[in-house]
Design a protein around this ligand. Structure first.
Ligand SMILES: [Zn+2]
Length: 102
């Protein structure tokens, strides 16, 4: 597993978007920061130079599971579309290690 040094403070757009009913967690500032912090590697399979990166939620916001974590910078991860897709079926929601915790 890759150790990721997440940079702080969180990208500014997150706090703004969190106030909206249909805000976005993938504004350019978030994308750029995740790409840099994660060295453009998928945090799950470690594939490099992602062509179709996804902003992944370690704790899912879908289906109302962890809605309060949707704009939480510490819950956003850089992943390839394959891993994001596999994870979206919900089997591994609580089973993935947070590679940013020291
Ligand atoms: Zn992957």
């Amino acid at each position: 597993m890759v150790k990721v040094e997440r940079s702080f403070p969180a990208p500014e757009s997150l706090a703004e978007e969190a106030k909206k009913s249909a805000g976005r967690y993938d504004k350019p500032d978030v994308i750029k920061r995740l790409k840099d912090d994660f060295h453009n590697k998928c945090y799950i399979c470690e594939m490099k130079e992602l062509q179709d990166p996804n902003v992944e939620h370690l704790l899912p916001h879908k289906n109302g599971k962890y809605p309060e974590r949707k704009y939480d910078w510490e819950n956003l991860f850089w992943s390839c579309s394959h891993c994001n897709g596999v994870k979206n079926n919900g089997k591994y929601d609580e089973g993935i290690i947070d590679c940013c915790i020291r």
